[in-house]
Each structure stands twice: as C-alpha cells, then as structure tokens.
Design a protein around this ligand. Structure first.
Ligand code: AGP
Length: 610
C-alpha cells in the first residue's frame, strides 16, 4: 500500500528519501511528501498530489537540506487523494509522522483531541497519531512518547516519526504493517520495503510485531520489543540484486518481468530437483515428517496468488491424492472454519505482507492445523517468518502492480509441493520422474512462448476498443482464465470475466455477440473435445474467438476464430505455459489504450490493509 522511507545520515537526506520514494511508488501513488529536519532545527515539509514526479518538481523548486527526515508515498484509505491528506502529517511545527495501515479507533481519538483544541487539517486517520505524539512529547522524549501513544492505537501501523527538538533522530514502530531498518555505515534508515533502500545498503533488520526502533546520528539503531525491553534483532543481507529495481531496456516493468520468467522459473527450481524426484528437504527441516502426516490441505491467498492456489488444487488432488480447499483470505479469516485432523495450512503470497493472508495465517495457527507452509517471494516478510515452513519463489522484486512472474513462480513452487507430497504419499515413481524431467524443460518452453510476443501484440488490436471480454478455460485452465481476466481488467480497465467453458450455456452465453471478444486456452488435454464444443457454442452466436491452442489440437484460424499455436507441453505444466500469452495480451492491450501499465489506477502492489 503506502510506502515509508526514513533516514538519519551524515549527508543530506533529501536524495536518499527521494530515491526511496521512487522505488516505493509502485506500492501507492496518489500523493507523496517529505519532511526534513533542517540544520536550523526546523521541520521543512513538501507535499504533492499525484506521483513522486510532482513532489520532485516541488523539491527542485524548493530543496530540503538536513541530516534526518521521513517521506511517504500514499494509497488513500481515509480521505481522498489530495495534498492536505498527503503524509507526512504534522502537529504544529515540531512533530511529523508518516503512517502505513489503518487506525481503527481514529474517530474516538479525533473527538478526544478536538475537545483538547487540536485543529485537524486532513481527513486521515493518521493525523490523530501526530497530535497524540506531540502532546506526549511535551513531557517526555520522542521514543517514550511514541511508545505511550502506540499503546492506544487499535488497528495496523508502520510509523516513522520525527521531532524538531531531537536532532538526528527518527523513531519507527510497527504492528501489522511491515517496517525494516537499513543498516548503513554510520548511517541508519527506515523503510516499509527493503527495496526502497537498496541504493544505500543491503543489510536489514526486519522489525517484529510491536517493535519500536530509535535511529540516531552515527548509525545508532536501538530496537525495543512490545514490552519496551531493548532487544537484539538479527541483521540480514538482502538476497535480490538491485538490478530488479530498474526497467533495463524494457518500456515497462511488467514487460521486463514477463520476459524474466524463464530465468526466475529456473531459479525457483534450482537445487530442489533430484535425479528422479523433488528434494523434500527444500521445504526445510521437518518438512518430510509434516508432509507425511498431511491428510488434507487448506490453501489461502488473495488475488493472483489465490488463482495459483486454484490451479494447485487440481495438481495436489490428482498427483498427490490429497483433498484441497482453496479460499480467498478475506473470506476465510471470518468464517467458522472446520479443521479436520492433520490438515496442512498453506498460504501463497508474493509480498508476504498481504494483511488478509497474514491474518488468516495467525488465525490458523490457533485453530488446530498440523502446521503451516508459506510459498512466498519476499525473504524476511512477515508471512515467511511466521510460518512453520517456507518455500521461497525466487522471482526477485516484482514492481509492476499486475503480478506476472510471481504467479508463474508460485505455480512452479506449487508443482514442487505437489511432487514433495506425492513422494511421501506414495506417488508412482515413474510419474514423479517424468514430471521432474518436465520441470527441467519448462524454462526453455516458456522462452519459446515468449517468442510469440509480436503475434500476440497483433491480436491485441482487436481488444483496444472493446468494453468487455470473456475468458474461458476448463479444468486447471479455468483458474488460468480467471488470471487472464484479472490481468486485462487491472491494467486495461476493460471489464473481463472468466468462466469454466462448460458453464457458458448456464448464463453467460447471453452476453455473447460480435462485440464480445472471447478468449480461450486450449491445451492438448483430456477436456479438449469438450472445450471445442463450448467454442462452437460461441461461434454459433456470432462471438469473436481468440484461442491459444496446442499446435496438435486441430484448431486453426477461420471466420470468427483466431488461433495462435503454442508448442506442445506436458499436460501437468500447461497452466504455466498458457498463462504467458494472456499476460502479453493484456500488456499490449493496455499499451494500446495508453493506461499506466505499471501503476494502474486505484491499485497498490502490496495490500497491507484489510
Ligand atoms: C494481481 O495482479 C495483483 N497484484 C493482486 O491480485 C495480488 O496478487 C494480491 O493483492 C495478493 O498479493 P500477494 O501475492 O502479495 O499476497
């Protein structure tokens, strides 16, 4: 969601904060702001509506100078996007706060502060935090003031706080929203995502729930736990290379990330495949014992990650023989879930910080599950740290809001999970060996599909003027269709729906006419003949079909149907391969429509609020 950066440095911090905001902009981008404590001891603030570029213009016209500061890029929750609602929020001239998350009791706190004559200048929930800390800090130091105030906050927060009276000090605090400390050389930094600080350090402390940190001059970093005790937190070196934060030769991060898929899928497989089977130890010590007891699986995630879970259900049931339930986290966490004995709880998340998924994990840990496994892309994320087992997807930072490489690496990891569970539950050895071989060939096959880019771009012209589209698939390709529809709507703003092709005649067929493009994936699998009949139903109603089909299935372009052939692939891995043309199609449609591909309207990369 929103992004936080903070710094206490020997140099002027404006450049560090500005670069951090640019790197975080993908998370939230409706307004941005910065406060620096000047060498004269005064807080100087600049804020702007819109992207970080708008703030940069203001900074260029009127630069900030100082050795400590905080900055923020916003994704609106309380109060529309505007300069007044942009962070940092100040209480008077001496105290400033940046905040990610939601303060649920802000109305009561606001009423209390208003009756104490505090004036509010924004509609945000954050402003109450600024006034509360300002009031406390009249009598105590800033650290104590923050510790006192957070005890009164209900909800989720990551905070950065600065006070004019305390030179070269920034206080950070977290509960429910991620916050990391960057360890520099005699400098210290704060951010909601390590990516924001990779230009200044690759060493990080991942703050834990309830932690408060005091950054001070000379690289001072003191961490206090929820009970106020000083604690040592491990310093970890960031694993991803910084190259991921630049677009390289690509026009958009999304396109770059689509083309990274062969490499990151290979990375995700690296060291996890034996000669004829998956190495169960890849899931961590204790995985084999846990997996052998797993009698069923509950799989919980949001958005694209949820779609990956839906694909995995077909795989886990077919190849490992284990019953699976898949559910979106925001529903799961409020349901009276019945947990059968020996159920493994699996979460999927690119960021590892999605509020609903994290809340679901915390609920599950109290609900009698056998154990928890997180399949996640961000090392050190809350989900990875709080789960019993983790399998990292190694996609590298994904900057485009529309998830692409995170999805296909999740699918790759889920196939590894399928085979690991299959192995301990007696899957046929030949079947396992042949799927392992298929996984080894996968990166090269992905490469071949990406080479069809120009032909897919050609198809995209048929969509640019449309207002609606239907996506169809069967079996494990129904979730692939769901993911294709999600991609199209989130970056091109074309309304798209996905259906299992067999469901068409139960209602959606009424929508089909020459204005409704219908996209389908047609791999060479046991449901092919049934899918072909469904496609005939569309053609018979004058619908315009766009089919991504295996070259061996006997479908070719004709009146009302355009077919693009994909190379043959093992049936089990087809959902990974057939995702790629749908990603490229959405990308090219969005480019034709001129939308903001990497930062589509109203969305944010990591949804750290409920
Ligand atoms: C999809 O393109 C979106 N980025 C979104 O649906 C995303 O998958 C969802 O918010 C879950 O995020 P996570 O994987 O980081 O938990």
């Amino acid at each position: 969601m929103c992004g936080i950066v903070g710094a206490v440095a020997q140099r002027n911090v404006q450049g560090i904060l500005r670069e951090g905001l640019l790197r975080l902009e993908y998370r939230g981008y409706d307004s941005a702001g910065m406060v620096v404590r000047g060498t004269d001891g005064r807080l100087q603030r600049r804020r702007a509506l819109g992207k970080v570029a708008a703030l940069e213009e203001k900074l260029e016209a009127s630069p900030l100078t100082g050795h400590s500061g905080i900055a923020h890029t916003r994704w609106a929750t309380h109060g529309r996007p505007s300069e007044e609602n942009a962070h940092p929020h100040q209480s008077g001239e001496r105290l400033a706060v940046v905040h990610n998350g939601i303060i649920e009791n802000h109305e009561a706190l606001r009423a209390e502060l208003e009756s104490a004559d505090y004036d509010f200048t924004s509609q945000t929930d954050t402003e109450v935090i600024a006034h509360l800390i300002e009031r406390e800090a009249r009598a105590v130091d800033l650290l104590t003031a923050v510790q006192t105030v957070i005890a009164r906050l209900d909800g989720a927060y990551a905070l950065g706080v600065i006070h004019a009276n305390e030179p070269d000090v920034v206080i950070g605090a977290r509960k429910g929203s991620p916050l990391v400390v960057g360890v520099g050389i005699e400098e210290a930094f704060l951010a909601s995502d390590p990516l924001a600080l990779l230009q200044v350090t690759d060493r990080f402390i991942y703050l834990e729930e309830g932690d408060v940190v005091r950054l001070s001059a000379g690289g001072g970093i003191e961490v206090f736990d929820a009970s106020g005790q000083v604690v040592e937190r491990e310093i970890q070196t960031f694993e991803h290379g910084d190259g991921s934060a630049s677009k390289g030769d690509y026009r958009h991060f999304m396109l770059k990330e689509i083309h990274e898929q062969p490499a990151v899928i290979a990375e995700t497989l690296e060291g996890r495949l034996g000669d004829r089977s998956v190495l169960v130890e890849s899931f961590g010590p204790g995985a084999e014992a846990l997996f052998s007891r797993a009698a069923q699986i509950h799989l919980v995630a949001c958005g694209t990650s949820y779609h990956a879970g839906l694909v995995a259900r077909y795989w886990l049931e077919r190849y490992a023989g284990i019953p699976v339930q898949v559910e979106v986290a925001s529903e799961y966490r409020y349901r009276q879930v019945v947990v059968p004995e020996n159920t493994l709880f699996v979460t999927l998340s690119q960021s590892g910080e999605t509020a609903d998924t994290l809340a679901a994990l915390r609920f599950a840990k109290k609900s009698g599950y056998l154990g928890s496994l997180a399949i996640c892309n961000v090392p050190g994320s809350s989900l990875a740290r709080e789960s019993d087992l983790t399998l990292m997807t190694r996609a590298g930072p994904e900057i485009g809001v529309a998830s692409t490489k995170a999805f296909t690496t999740q699918l790759t990891a889920l196939m590894l999970l399928t085979l690991a569970l299959g192995r301990v539950h007696g899957q046929d050895e030949e079947e396992q060996a042949s799927l392992v071989e298929a996984l080894r060939r996968l990166p090269a096959q992905v490469e071949r599909v990406l080479a069809l880019d120009a032909q897919i771009e050609d198809l995209s012209t048929a969509f640019a003027e449309k207002h609606h589209a239907l996506f169809l698939g069967r079996g494990a390709h129904f979730p692939v269709a769901l993911e294709g529809a999600l991609k199209l709507k989130e970056i091109s703003y074309i309304h798209a729906e996905a259906y299992p092709a067999g469901e068409l005649k139960h209602g959606p067929l009424a929508l089909v006419d020459s204005d409704m493009p219908v996209v389908s994936v047609a791999p060479n699998d046991e449901l092919l003949d049934k899918l072909k009949s469904n496609l005939q139903e569309v053609r018979a109603r004058g619908g315009e079909l766009f089919v991504f089909a295996d070259e061996g299935v006997g479908l070719s372009s004709d009146d009302g149907i355009r077919v693009l052939h994909l190379p043959p692939i093992e049936e089990a891995l087809a959902p990974i391969l057939y995702t790629l043309p749908l990603q490229l199609l959405s990308y090219h449609v969005a480019v034709l429509k001129g939308t903001d591909v990497d930062q589509p309207r109203n969305l944010a990369k990591s949804v750290t609020v409920e």
